[in-house]
Design a protein around this ligand. Structure first.
Ligand SMILES: [Ca+2]
Length: 195
């Protein structure tokens, strides 16, 4: 239990606490912000992409890179309370030296502790990748007060993103939450079950 608690603290300090975020207002992408532990090391913008048939956003590092940057937004989750939600989005990467990922965080009354969170740190995007669809699935508690989501990059490189989408899914779709165990009870206690 202690280990899980430490993990929660680590994940929370990385992305969950609004106070560690520096926000940089951007006028050129409606609805989106540049944020992160050090947004000055990153820039965001729009470009045309033939493969995606229109505009896509980019997040890229500047020459000197420190911390992580993210292109993000947040909204009130009132229409999703009690529901399981899948965030999907298309991402392409170039020369991502450390890692990048899509992230989705559900906030509750206690601002210091997110209710659910996944930033793909267990399945990171690295190097050069073609356009690919990624998914995050989280359960929305009844006391959720905010959804925040985006694409982050830690270190040098560039990512492009397009067509993010929120859908309600049924309870059979596995959760990707990294803040708590996703199984509902203990399993294989006699070590006789095979995979
Ligand atoms: Ca587009």
């Amino acid at each position: 239990m202690k280990k899980i608690k430490l993990y929660i603290v680590a994940a929370a300090s990385f992305l969950a606490v609004a106070s560690i975020f520096a926000f940089k207002p951007m006028d050129d992408i409606k609805g989106w912000f540049l944020a992160g532990s050090n947004p000055d090391s990153y820039e965001i913008g729009l470009v045309k992409d033939a493969e995606r048939n229109g505009n896509v956003a980019f997040l890229k590092s500047k020459k000197t890179v420190d911390g992580f940057g993210t292109i993000m937004q947040s909204f009130n989750p009132s229409s999703y309370l009690g529901k399981r939600v899948r965030l999907s989005g298309y991402i392409k990467s170039k020369d991502v030296k450390n890692w990048a990922g899509m992230w989705f965080r559900i906030d509750g009354p206690d601002k210091a502790n997110a209710l659910a969170f996944d930033n793909m740190q267990k399945r990171p995007i690295t190097g050069n990748t073609a356009w690919k669809k990624y998914e995050i699935v989280l359960e929305t508690p009844e006391n959720a007060t905010g959804f925040a989501f985006g694409v982050l990059q830690a270190g040098p490189g560039e990512v492009w993103l397009d067509d993010l989408k929120f859908e309600v899914v049924d309870k059979s779709v596995p959760l990707t939450n990294i803040l708590s165990p996703t199984v509902s009870g203990p399993q294989n206690l006699d070590f006789e079950e095979s995979k």
